[in-house]
Structure formats: structure tokens, C-alpha cells
Design a protein. Structure first.
Length: 718
């Protein structure tokens, strides 16, 4: 091709190819072809010239190939490179709406929200029915606080594509943010109907459900809640149990049972009531999974348990109530047999246990209904016969929970490594408490569906660092000091990408539970060890992240323990701490004073005795305890009111401690959205949330905001 050869003689190869590329994009393909061929006459193997010729034959394929490269760069997090290449590509393909969509996503990832709006708007000018760009523009508008405009964009995306899952989910999120909870639930329900495996939507749905008040029972919603509770890692059942029960109390049949009970007629209808409850699947599932923070339901279950026991021989159709009996027995095991018993019940259950043992000794199959009856009063693993009994299919779930899992934990205990024998007197007393009552007993938990780097967690939590350019490890070592029964360690292990977690606790019972549940969930990045915080210096290790929630305030010397944890943290590392608030726990202080006055001990009988005192108390400070979720299981109640050691803190005390330890406050976690909004109304300045003096003022005006605990992040000086 002489023409092409002449052109390239006066140009470098790079210049020639760039000129050919420009000509091709302008539509002057013939001239571009001459240049490419001229290059190939001199350099037959030149890949760029070969690709240029190929693109002339299929320009759309060339453009699509470059778009695919942009997407690949975006997925690798190379956002500046996406912007550089994307802008150049957009010049050559000014009508390519998908390029502007990618530019919008890259700008959004870099925090350039206004530029992202421009990109998405440009894409929609080219292609007004581009549902993806409408959705993405909605995401940016939501982040800019333009909720109405975001809703309009999501709505438009759904007009174009009614089955657009992300648009339904994003619409739910913006409705949730502005307090339109019923609309949010409807949107999340739509998203889940299209993508039932999306754990993030299940979590958003459960969070929203807790904020909705219902006027009537809805069967469809009951089915959705049942699906939610069937999943082991999307929600803490205790977080939604109160809301689920309030919803279930609107069920016509449950309302009637409660009414019958209130009228004192439950003894006459025990068979009928158990039959009805046996067929309400959502009711059975929630009582199986966690304690129920509702005295009406507790009193009903306690009465049904007693009446089944005392009338077990008279019930006409025991098979029809077996499903309810199993769920009740699972519930009682999970709340650690919190319900009080009359003398008649005690003697009746002893007689029933002997009857079952005799049947088994005589090689007779025991009545399944009687086994369930016993299991609602006493843990089955206590009876030697339970370890070898051939269990029917109907009772397998019950025996798994009450027998085989307990035996697994006992087997695990003997293989747990120990850093050093526990010697501190308070630590020994605390250990003994949790050996008897591992805290808390749980079945399902919430895990993070998408692990993040430390930097991404910092951004998500809006933490303020000493140096925002500090480099964190991409394979962080994390210490959980006081992991209890494993929920904390599992939460952290699933939160941080490529993390390795060392979890320690005083109690072997708690650790056995934690290890069993960790294996059950298939989590492999946690190692467990028995240790006292005060001895952790013996590990001779430093960690990228150290977390200790609700542990330091149970030590003899909290500051000594906190100093050890600080020494275990790398310079620049992050620490999460949970401490009791002096202001928020005044009702607990009053209750502990009452316990002291009554000369009650930290033993089961006295715990249950005081619980009855709380329920009937006219003292507002004492009766408030009933509002605590921890009031509804033995281990949590013991932890709440009867702990062998408890310290409480003010924010000013925390401030003083941080100065002593060389730690800097980075921000609170687990403060509710409503609390954050209230705080910003008091103190609208952007940096106010990092000012502990302001939080101290705010807490004085709102003393219940840290009713659970202060939970906050810190950074160690570099």
C-alpha cells in the first residue's frame, strides 16, 4: 500500500497509530486503514496496527472491548485510571451512554458526587430509558441528601424495569432513611422476592421491621418473617423478637388464647390452645430461637407448660400437640429454664423423669410427649439414658439441642489451649459465673455478608483517624479480648477482609460454645484460647485491631486491663471498647441496691426470687428492669443484675483514661440513627460527633442513649 507507506514515513509508529485511531473514530475508515497497513508493511507483527484493522471491520466490538477493560479496572479499584481512560474513550464515542455510567461509578467511588451526577445525567441524555443510570443516579442523590430526587430516579428505573432488584432495594433504603418504614418494607419485600439470597436486603428488611407498628396480622408478612428466621446468619433473633411477638399478638387465634388465659379458663382449653399454637409456624420458630421479651407470652407459655405436665395422662390427642411441646422445650432450654415452678410441678416432674427412666430400663419406648414435657423443665443431657436413646425423627431437633450439642461442647473443652492458669480472685469469680451460665446462649446470629478492609470499615463507620493516610495491613491480625460464646468473634471475623482473629475468654464453657458454633457456621479464621486479659502480655504479640466489648468493667482493675490491651495494639492500630455508662444504668444500680438489701446471693434460686420481685414492683426504677431484653433468660439476667463485679463510667472518665493510655477517640459505634439525628440537631457542626465533651452534655440531657453500653473506636498514637 504505497499511500499508507508514504504517510508513515514521516511519522513514528506510535504517532501513525494514534492518527489512524483518530481517523477511525471520526468515521474516516479508509484513510485509517491505509495507515494501519503502512505500519504493517514495515512492522508485520505490530499488534496495535492489527487490532486497529480488526476494529475497522467491527468498531462496536472494539468499543465494547475497551468498555470491558474499564469495568475490569473499576472492579480492581483503579478509579483514577478508569477516569483517565474513560474520558478519552468518551471523546471517541460521545454517544456511548455506558461509558458515562462507568465514569459516574468511578467518580462516586472517589467521593466526587457532583461529577458523578454529571456523568449519570449525560448517560440519561443519550439514553433516557437507561434504568441502570437512573438507579445509579438515585444512589448519588441519596448520598447528597436529596431523598425526593433519589426516590424519583429509583421509581423511574422501576417503570422501565419492574424486576430491577437493586432499584427496589435502594428505594427501600431511602424510605428507611426518611422514616417511611412501611414503604421501605414493601420495597425490601419486592427485592427479596426477586433475589431471595441477598443477605444485605434481609438485614435491611429486619432492621426496618423493628421500626414498624402493625394494626393487623398479615399472613404474607408472617411468611416473609418465617423465611428471615430460617436463615442462620442474617439477623440476631433477639433483636426482632419483641417486634415479632407484637405482630403475632395480632393473630386472631393468639389473641383469643391470651383472652381465654386472662379469663382464667386456660385449664379447660389446654389441648385446644396447644393445637392452635402447633399450627402457627412463626410463633413456634421465634420461641425456638431465643428468649421472648414479653411477659404476656411468658405467662402463657408457663401456664401451658404447667397444665400439660399436670394433665399429661388426660390429654386426648397428645400427638397433635407434640410440635408445640418440642418448640416449648427448645425455648425453655434457650432461656435456661427461667420459668419458676410450683412445688406440685417440681414433684410431678421428678415422678415423670422416674417413669421415663423405668420405661427405658424395661426396654419400652417412652412416650414422646412425656419426654418433651420433661425437656421443658430439665435439660435432657442431665439424664444418662438420653445419651444412648434411639431418638425418633420427630424428636431429633430437641435431642440435638439439649443433648448432642452439649456433649460436643464438653468434648471441645478439653482441647482448648490455655495461656496461663487464672489466678486473679475477681477473674476466678467471673470465670465461675460464666462456667455455670455461658453468656449469651444463642442459636442464629448476624454476620457481615461482605468483608471489608480496615480502611473501608473506617470509612463506613465514619471514624476520624489521627492520620487519614495511615496504612493498615491488608491481612489484619485481630484480638478479641473476652469473646464469650462467640457472637463477637464471629461478627469481627466476618467484618474484616482477610483477617485472622485470636479470641480469648476466661470461661471454658463459653469457649466450647463459641468453637462449636464457629465450626457449625464454617468460619475458619478464628483461633480460641482461654486467658485472662491481665495475662495477654505473655503472648508477646501486637495486633492491627483489638476489640473488647463489655469486659473491662468486670475486671478488678479496668485500667490495668485496658493498659494491657493498649500494649497489645500496634502503633496506629484501632481499638474498639465497650463500657457501662454510669448515667444509663441508674435503674440497674437501684436494683443491685435492692438485691443487697434483700441479702440475695448470686445463685439461681435468688436470681429467680428477685425476678418475681421486679415483676410485681411498684418502684419505677425497679420495674424498668422488665424492659431490658436481658431480663428474659437466666444467664443474661444474672449478668445484668447479679454480676460478681461491675464498674461504670462517665464520658469524662473515659476521656481521662484515653489521655493516660495514649489513645485517641475515633467515634462511637452502634448509636442508633435516631440518636445520631438528635445529636446533630443539638450540634450540627460536622466535627461535633468526635467531641467527647459534647457527647457528655448530650448524654446528661438524654441519659438513656447508652443504655446498652458505650461502644467506641480508638486509635493508638504512631
Amino acid at each position: 500500500m504505497p499511500g499508507g507507506f508514504e504517510v508513515t514515513m514521516s511519522l513514528s509508529v506510535d504517532q501513525a497509530i494514534r492518527k489512524a485511531n483518530r481517523l477511525a473514530k471520526k468515521g474516516e475508515g479508509q484513510l485509517a486503514e491505509q495507515i494501519y497497513k503502512g505500519v504493517l508493511e514495515r512492522f508485520p507483527g505490530n499488534k496495535r496496527a492489527i487490532a486497529g484493522l480488526r476494529s475497522l471491520k467491527n468498531p462496536q466490538a472494539d468499543k465494547d472491548s475497551q468498555v470491558d477493560q474499564l469495568i475490569s479496572l473499576y472492579n480492581q479499584g483503579q478509579f483514577p485510571e478508569v477516569l483517565t481512560r474513560g474520558k478519552t474513550l468518551a471523546e471517541g464515542y460521545p454517544k456511548a451512554f455506558d461509558i458515562y455510567n462507568i465514569l459516574g461509578a468511578a467518580n462516586m467511588a472517589m467521593g466526587a458526587l457532583e461529577e458523578a451526577v454529571e456523568n449519570y445525567t449525560r448517560a440519561l441524555q443519550i439514553k433516557p430509558d437507561y434504568a441502570v443510570a437512573h438507579n445509579n443516579l438515585g444512589v448519588v442523590l441519596k448520598d447528597l441528601g436529596k431523598h425526593d430526587e433519589a426516590i424519583a430516579r429509583y421509581t423511574k428505573a422501576l417503570e422501565i424495569n419492574p424486576d430491577y432488584t437493586d432499584a427496589h432495594g435502594n428505594l427501600g433504603k431511602v424510605f428507611k432513611d426518611i422514616g417511611k418504614y412501611e414503604e421501605a418494607m414493601e420495597s425490601f419485600t419486592q427485592a427479596l422476592s426477586l433475589a431471595p439470597d441477598r443477605k444485605d436486603y434481609w438485614q435491611s428488611f429486619s432492621e426496618t421491621f423493628r421500626s414498624v407498628s402493625f394494626g393487623a396480622y398479615n399472613r404474607q408478612l408472617a411468611g416473609t418473617l418465617l423465611s428471615l428466621l430460617a436463615q442462620p446468619t442474617v439477623v440476631h433473633p433477639t433483636d426482632i423478637a419483641g417486634s415479632v411477638i407484637n405482630f403475632l399478638k395480632l393473630h386472631p387465634q393468639i389473641k383469643q388464647i391470651i383472652k381465654t388465659f386472662s379469663a382464667g379458663d386456660i385449664e379447660k382449653t389446654v389441648q385446644e390452645s396447644c393445637n392452635i399454637l402447633s399450627n402457627i409456624q412463626l410463633f413456634l420458630r421465634i420461641i425456638e430461637l431465643c428468649p421472648i421479651p414479653d411477659l404476656d407470652i411468658e405467662t402463657l407459655l408457663k401456664s401451658l407448660r404447667r397444665n400439660v405436665l399436670l394433665n399429661i395422662e388426660k390429654l386426648s390427642d397428645k400427638q397433635s400437640i407434640l410440635r408445640f411441646q418440642i418448640s416449648l422445650a427448645l425455648h425453655c432450654f434457650t432461656n435456661e429454664f427461667l420459668f419458676d415452678e410450683t412445688r406440685l410441678e417440681k414433684s410431678s416432674i421428678e415422678a415423670l423423669a422416674l417413669e421415663i427412666k423405668t420405661s427405658i430400663t424395661n426396654k419400652e419406648a417412652p412416650d414422646p410427649s412425656k419426654i418433651c414435657c420433661l425437656a421443658s423443665y430439665r435439660p435432657l443431657h442431665r439424664y444418662q439414658w438420653s445419651h444412648s436413646l434411639v431418638v425418633s425423627e420427630a424428636l431429633k431437633a430437641l435431642f440435638k439441642r439439649q443433648v448432642s450439642e452439649v456433649l460436643q461442647e464438653e468434648s471441645i473443652r478439653g482441647r482448648i489451649p490455655c495461656l496461663k492458669d487464672i489466678e486473679d480472685d475477681i477473674s476466678l469469680a467471673v470465670r465461675d459465673q460464666y462456667e455455670t451460665n455461658p453468656y449469651p446462649r444463642w442459636i442464629n446470629t448476624l454476620l457481615h455478608h461482605k468483608p471489608l478492609t480496615i480502611s473501608e470499615v473506617v470509612k463506613k463507620l465514619d471514624l476520624r483517624l489521627i492520620n487519614e493516610h495511615h496504612s493498615f495491613s491488608d491481612r489484619p491480625d485481630i484480638l478479641i479480648a473476652g469473646c464469650g460464646t462467640g457472637r463477637h468473634s464471629l461478627d469481627t471475623a466476618s467484618r474484616f477482609l482477610n483477617s485472622k482473629v485470636q479470641a480469648v475468654d476466661l470461661s471454658l464453657s463459653s469457649l466450647g460454645y463459641a468453637i462449636r458454633k464457629t465450626k457449625e457456621l464454617g468460619i475458619a479464621n478464628i483461633e480460641y484460647m482461654q486467658a485472662d486479659i491481665i495475662d495477654l502480655c505473655l503472648m508477646n504479640r501486637q495486633f492491627d485491631v483489638v476489640e473488647s466489648g463489655g469486659v473491662l468493667h468486670h475486671m478488678a482493675e479496668p485500667m490495668a486491663g485496658w493498659k494491657v490491651l493498649t500494649d497489645c495494639l500496634k502503633p496506629g492500630g484501632l481499638m474498639k471498647i465497650g463500657l457501662y455508662s454510669e448515667l444509663a444504668r441508674q435503674h440497674v444500680v437501684k436494683a443491685r441496691q435492692k438485691i443487697s438489701e434483700m441479702e440475695l446471693l448470686n445463685v439461681r434460686d435468688d436470681i429467680l426470687k428477685f425476678r418475681k420481685e421486679v415483676i410485681k414492683s411498684d418502684d419505677k426504677n425497679i420495674s424498668m428492669i422488665v424492659e431490658e431484653v436481658d431480663f428474659f433468660s437466666t444467664s443474661t439476667l444474672r449478668d445484668l443484675l447479679f454480676h460478681v463485679q461491675e464498674h461504670r463510667f462517665t464520658i469524662h472518665q473515659i476521656q481521662s483514661s484515653l489521655k493516660t493510655l495514649g489513645l485517641t477517640f475515633a467515634g462511637f459505634e452502634l448509636v442508633s440513627d435516631e440518636t445520631k439525628k438528635m445529636f446533630k440537631q443539638y450540634y450540627p457542626e460536622s466535627e461535633a460527633v468526635y467531641d467527647l465533651d459534647l457527647w457528655h452534655e448530650f448524654e446528661i440531657s438524654n441519659p438513656s442513649i447508652f443504655r446498652g453500653m458505650y461502644q467506641f473506636w480508638l486509635q493508638k498514637s504512631v
